[in-house]
Design a protein around this ligand. Sequence first.
Ligand code: ADP
Ligand code: ZN
Length: 601
Amino acid sequence: MTPLETLNKIYGYRNFIGLQEPVINRIINGGSALVLMPTGGGKSLCYQIPALCMDGTAVVISPLISLMQDQVSMLKELGIKAAALNSSLSLAESRITERQVLNGEIKLLYLSPEKILSDWFLNILKRLKISLFAIDEAHCISEWGHDFRPEYMQLTALRDQFPDVPVLALTATADEVTRKDIIKNLRMPSAKMFVSSFDRPNITYGVAFKDKEKSQLINFIENKHRGDSGIVYCLSRKRTEDFTELLREHGYNVFVYHAGLDKETRRKNQDIFIKRDGVIMVATNAFGMGIHKPDVRFVIHMDMPKSVEAYYQEAGRAGRDGLPADAMIFYGLKDIVQLRNFIEESTAPAQQKMVEHQKLNALIAYAESSTCRRQMLLNYFGESRAPSCPSCDNCLTPPVTYDATVHMQKFLSCVFRVSGETFSFGAQHIIDILLGKENEKIKKFHHDKLSTYGIGKDLPENDWKAVSRAAVITGMVKMDAEHSTLSLTEAAWPVLKSGQKVSLRKFTKPPSKKELKKQKTAQTVQMPPADNNLFEKLRKFRRMLADKENVPSYVVFSDKTLIEMAARKPKTLQEFAEISGVGEFKLKKYGEIFLKEITSN
Ligand code: ADP
Ligand code: ZN
């Protein structure tokens, strides 16, 4: 079969997407390649289709056992002979698989890198006809990558043993240095590089300042994502527990994940998240590596992540299936100060601290920006071309900016006036003075006698909050992490004395429930209510079938495929086969029963 026939018949997809076709042709013709594609870019097919079109067994190296199992069950559902060998198997199970492999019955063999280690296993590989090596998460081989795994270095030896087998290295994150490392360590100097855009057009980016974080979170999920799968990231274990509690009280199906939980609980929670529909996972950044769940509809950060790289990777777990998804950050001054302290207090050398500060500042700039978020993210990763932005908060509702120089000066001089005192004061007190409030604290310290008392009545309180935030974020004012007290730094003088310009965005009310709902219909797949009912019914049916085989729902059919079924309502097997995602094997296995389910509506 040709690659296109394989795509149509086995996978039930009509066309290749992105760079899939040239990559596949390169491998089939015996060449090697390094492929950089974003999450959801369709990397798996780049090696699966050559594996099916070529003689012999394709060996896929993957760092995570859960991921391997997931892929193997997906392939089996397509009627493809696939197997995995890793440390989770019993000896007896391994022996059975090895025999199948040696008999040439397996088209795709997934291995963990440490498997390659043993001479014994290398001998098995030597007896095989290997069509290609696919190295998933290839950045793990680089010490410069953000996730170096020493066991990946074994792959260098593998290359020396099989110099003539084509290699396909795949990753979703690799800067220039990491790319060079991959090519060097995998001994593939003649590899062709395929780099696709890292834009994720189906993800809507948004950022909001934390004001009332609990209601902000609940409102966001309630209005835009009730019943959807999603991840909520927090900085600390304590906060993951708190938000889990909160969401549970609001009736959500929610689980928690952090490094403090025992292994079994973590495994169980992760398993539920992957297999079920509509589960929310509240987690620290310990969660997510290797989660290939395609139908995650939102990723919300309740605290500032530590770099744009980390953020893009975590947010990128949303919408792998190409359907609309949300990536939202709620951030506050406290988390920024806390992250800055982490960096300061670490034992890292000064140079590294500086780099970490820069990385954090780049993300803060993203959060505070008034321009297109998508563009900022892509620029950060070195893509200069301006993407059209179907949706980010700043493009949907462009913010209004104003010259805030005088206000900043007022704020700074007020901080200056109170910071000489033995008692120290936080941002809210400074704002109260500027607004001329008459509270006890002001009276007690005679702050109504200050020359800055009441000079800020021309600006609403919310805008003053933004001024105070900008003062801390730009480093003009230092905030003590423990008591949140403020003091001026050197950086304040250019604004205070020489009138260096400050521009800020005007505070706007967060979107109302009604507006949020409107945004939802603007971005999710438009489905008439009748179709939606059928979709929900098919989802339940899919769940039942998946449960029977103990596989995730999406292994049976993706949401995308179910949505198409609900819209087209096929009446014959012929019509059913035309739906994207219905290949020959699934047509046989599921055609009749799904038709029955659809027509009995
Ligand atoms: P990656 O590994 O790059 O994150 P995947 O290989 O998991 O991406 O693919 C993402 C999603 O896109 C999967 O649901 C996959 O089935 C689907 N997909 C991949 N290639 C095609 C295609 N040519 N046509 C339609 N859907 C595709
Ligand atoms: Zn935008």
